[in-house]
Design a protein around this ligand. Structure first.
Ligand SMILES: [Zn+2]
Ligand SMILES: [Zn+2]
Ligand SMILES: [Zn+2]
Length: 147
């Protein structure tokens, strides 16, 4: 999906793809100084949900720089940002996968975790991946045996 296609399909934005309209709220852009966004507010809203370094700091700010796990005793600012749906080698390029909150289809969603809790989540995601790879191999083997 191209960036333009993603901006049109983004559930957070209202842009219909028409040139001259804000690619966030779809309002007609009245000034000639701007081409993509109608205002700084829309530009920032888009950045915050699609560009990793902005999304990461917005998530931390929202969590007040604390791990979100209940009862976690990690120090304030000992925090890292985790994608609820593992990127799984998908990279950190701009896109809807950096949405601060997951959408109805479960795409996106960021949570702030301390280093320890982040490591636990990452390890669990890695072993889930390994298990699903094993399962795929087993299915392939069973198929061969049946032939
Ligand atoms: Zn706008
Ligand atoms: Zn989006
Ligand atoms: Zn924690």
């Amino acid at each position: 999906m191209t960036l333009v296609e993603e901006r049109i399909s983004c559930p957070l934005g209202a842009w219909t793809g028409e040139p001259g309209h804000c690619q966030c709220c779809n309002k007609l852009i009245e000034t000639t100084r701007r081409r993509t966004w109608c205002s700084d507010k829309c530009a920032r809203a888009w950045q915050r949900n699609h560009i990793w370094r902005f999304a990461r700091s917005a998530a931390k700010r929202r969590a007040k720089y604390r791990c979100v796990r209940p009862g976690c005793t990690a120090k304030r600012r000992d925090c890292e940002v985790n994608h609820l749906a593992a990127r799984d080698g998908g990279g950190y390029g701009p896109g809807c996968h950096h949405h601060l909150d997951p959408d109805v289809k479960g795409i996106g969603g960021l949570e702030v975790l301390c280093r320890v809790h982040h490591a636990i989540v990452t390890a669990a995601q890695a072993s889930a991946r390994a298990a699903s790879r094993r399962a795929t191999r087993e299915i392939a083997k069973t198929k061969k045996l049946k032939q």
